[in-house]
Design a protein around this ligand. Structure first.
Ligand code: DAS
Length: 370
């Protein structure tokens, strides 16, 4: 009896063994999470419903605390850069964010940076960082399609995948990346295809890898200039040149430009409507750099061959006739053609190109190499 009683007492008294906590690696890589707002920081008046939310509400501390698993992969630092819905983000924000990232990555103890961001303008901010962050260290931009307080929010798993990627030596030299839905996508090719989970993808190319259970796995590398190889230096820049982004469309009459415009990205499958041609010719006559981009970001047909010093194929240069070529004998600057880049990203590349030159031929080189 006694032995059975003692055994019973021991069983009742012994606490349930606590689950073994993950043993932190001796020196986890340091990753800084810089927050700018967005749905990943979104809060609803009625949490746990399908109701609306306010983007850019949760702080970076609250976002990070909501994913304790992060501490298994990195020592996390946090910084609240902004807390807005991404349509509020301006080119001036791009410049100051890139300067901040460049400054931080000089720290030898910092392995990588994650930028949390609204999805609506995520691809623009990520591409600007891709062209201006002069470091091989991983920089990962991440967002969410469902608010933090929603049903099955995607922010926590996206943030975990982004931190795992930013903490990984395999991510060095891959340029700025976007991690969404466990996809690792080059910031050059990334685009928001639709506003639901799974909605971030690429055109015909640009997937670099995936974040599997074992962590980030890479299968491709970027082929265009970026990062440490970039020629664009923003240290002495606070504002970027004005570049308009305009669609060509049937019945169009061409853009009406402000006095500060230095560049125009014209979006067309090819050529311009009759009522637009004089306006685009006038743009070139005024020495405003005209870039022609395909609506879906594919190649513009007929553009000059890529590569350094590749002058235009013909004295007028640029895409085929009808593209605002002007009348024979008019000494017009060539139109610059885009190679596989979304129009909104062509605008960013042109803004940076104009900080270095207004020569369309040199700008065509930038579009052939970045
Ligand atoms: N569309 C929201 C988001 O997905 C808001 C935003 O872009 O900031 O982040």
């Amino acid at each position: 009896m006694t032995r059975r009683f003692v055994l019973a007492v021991l069983l009742v008294a012994a606490p349930v063994a606590a689950q073994p906590q993950p043993v932190p690696a001796p020196e986890l890589p340091r990753v800084r999470v810089i927050a700018t707002g967005g749905t990943i920081a979104g809060v609803q008046d009625a949490p746990g419903t399908l109701g609306g939310y306010r983007a850019g509400t949760r702080t970076v501390g609250e976002i990070v605390q909501s994913v304790p698993e992060l501490t298994r992969f990195a020592q996390i630092e946090t910084e609240q850069f902004l807390n807005v819905a991404s349509p509020e983000i301006t080119p001036a924000h791009w410049v100051s964010l890139s300067k901040r990232v460049n400054e931080l990555l000089k720290r030898p103890d910092l392995e990588g940076i994650v930028v949390t961001h609204g999805t609506d303008r995520l691809e623009e901010t990520a591409f600007f960082l891709y062209l201006t962050v002069k470091s091989d260290k991983p920089v990962v931009v991440v967002g969410a399609q469902r608010p933090a307080t929603g049903i099955s929010p995607d922010g926590p798993i996206n943030l975990l995948s982004a931190v795992r990627t930013a903490a990984s030596p395999k991510a060095r030299g891959m340029g700025v990346m976007v991690v969404m839905d466990d996809r690792i996508i080059s910031a050059r090719e990334n685009r928001k295809l639709y506003p639901r989970t799974g909605g971030f993808g690429t055109g015909e190319m640009g997937m670099l890898g995936v974040v599997a259970g074992r962590g980030p796995e890479f299968f491709f590398r970027p082929a265009r200039r970026h990062g440490v190889d970039t020629e664009f230096d923003i240290t002495a820049i606070d504002t970027l040149p004005t570049v308009e982004l305009v669609f060509s469309y049937p019945g169009g009459e061409g853009p009406r430009l402000g006095p500060d415009t230095q560049g125009v990205v014209a979006v067309t499958t090819s050529g311009f409507a009759p009522g637009e041609r004089d306006a685009f010719t006038e743009i070139r006559r005024r020495g405003i750099v005209l870039v022609q981009a395909f609506p879906t970001g594919e190649h513009v047909a007929g553009g000059p061959p890529p590569g350094p010093g590749a002058g235009p194929r013909d004295p007028q240069g640029g895409p085929p006739a009808g593209a605002g070529q002007g009348r024979p004998g008019q000494n017009l600057a060539p139109t610059v053609s885009v190679q596989h880049l979304l129009p909104q990203k062509a605008r960013i590349l042109l803004m940076l190109a104009l900080t270095k030159t207004r020569d369309p031929r040199e700008i065509q080189r930038f579009f052939g190499e970045y």
